[in-house]
Design a protein around this ligand. Structure first.
Ligand SMILES: [Zn+2]
Length: 332
């Protein structure tokens, strides 16, 4: 090892030890060196999924027997294939009900966006939150480390033709990291992974079972270092649905997640499932909740999350995923 690489190694070790992000330095050091690591991550983001009391007729997780979504506060787990679930504080330390724009910005950047604004913000990110996402996002950080990153969700032709004025946190994150959005022709998965929503609107796409949809996502993940899939029907259901329709939706989602977990090579690919705030776990009203959200982890990334197994805060998730990529780079 020459003098220069010895200095680099020492700096990298110090950096990993201090868990501080110094993007431009690492970017220079690693670009062109690593594109696909031996350790990849599939991140499934599920909107509006909290851990609440298992009250009958209120919490739809008590309305069936899930294999993966065993998320009642009074009966958390066990989870298949050694999965763990860490209850995650999602109120961001502020009063009021947590909301999507601030929750998702926090989840995907590690910056407490509600504290930054002084309040929770619903819907899509404002210009100042977009700025935070552009600078601090998970996609930006992992891309700058030299890894291949994708957003698995499919966008309809209408989105590309008549771009909406307001776009989601994940859309902003993808575009500002210089990553292409996927259309229906790419290997991609629609937000309704069964494609029924698209078929009802005249698109000629195949209806997918939860298992087939899971296969598409697992195959796509195999070509990437970090792959994100966003599912937000849970939040819509929590706002507008009934207890029975919520049970049906979660039953399908549970089969989808179970198929992913069964077919992933967990020695190579880790799985992270998390949410931005509670909602669907309490069908007694149509609002978000202040309940903790689950952060569910499978595979090698568990090592990074283990010290936090008693509890996490939403802003800790992105830094921990970044740390996983930094440390796995160190050993490849
Ligand atoms: Zn909502």
């Amino acid at each position: 090892m020459n003098q220069e690489s010895r200095v680099f190694s020492i700096i990298l070790l110090l950096q990993v030890a201090s868990r501080r992000w110094q993007g431009p330095f690492l970017e220079t050091r690693t670009k062109g060196f690593v594109s696909l690591s031996d350790h990849s991550v599939l991140f499934v983001f599920i909107d509006g999924l909290g851990i609440g009391p298992g009250t009958k007729g209120v919490n739809p997780f008590a309305g069936f027997n899930p294999r993966v979504l065993r998320l009642r506060a009074d009966a958390l787990g066990p989870f298949p294939r050694g999965g763990i679930c860490i209850p995650t504080e999602a109120t961001l330390g502020l009063k009021g009900l947590p909301q999507s724009a601030t929750g998702q910005t926090t989840l995907f950047t590690g910056v407490n966006a509600a504290r930054k604004l002084g309040h929770h913000l619903q819907g899509f990110p404002s210009p100042s939150l977009k700025e935070v996402i552009a600078q601090e996002s998970l996609f930006r950080k992992i891309t700058e480390l030299g890894y291949k990153v994708t957003f698995a969700n499919a966008f309809t032709p209408r989105f590309f033709k008549h771009r909406p004025r307001w776009v989601s946190t994940t859309t902003v994150m993808t575009e500002t990291a210089g990553i292409q959005l996927r259309d229906l022709n790419h290997r991609s998965l629609f937000m309704d992974f069964t494609n029924r929503f698209l078929r009802d609107r005249g698109f000629e796409v195949p209806i997918r079972s939860p298992k087939t949809a899971a296969d598409v996502l697992v195959e796509l993940t195999a070509t990437q270092s970090l792959c994100l899939y966003e599912y937000f029907l849970t939040d819509l259901e929590g706002h507008r649905g009934s207890f029975d329709s919520a049970v049906e939706l979660l039953r399908q989602l549970d089969q989808f997640l179970d198929s992913i977990i069964e077919s992933l090579d967990l020695g190579r690919t880790s799985l992270v499932i998390s949410s931005d705030h509670g909602n669907i776990e309490d069908m007694s009203h149509g609002q978000h909740t202040r309940n903790p959200v689950p952060t569910m982890i499978w595979g090698n990334i568990q090592q990074i999350f283990h010290p936090f197994s008693a509890g996490l805060r939403l802003e800790e998730i992105t830094p921990l995923i970044v740390e996983f990529f930094e440390t796995s780079h160190d050993t490849t």
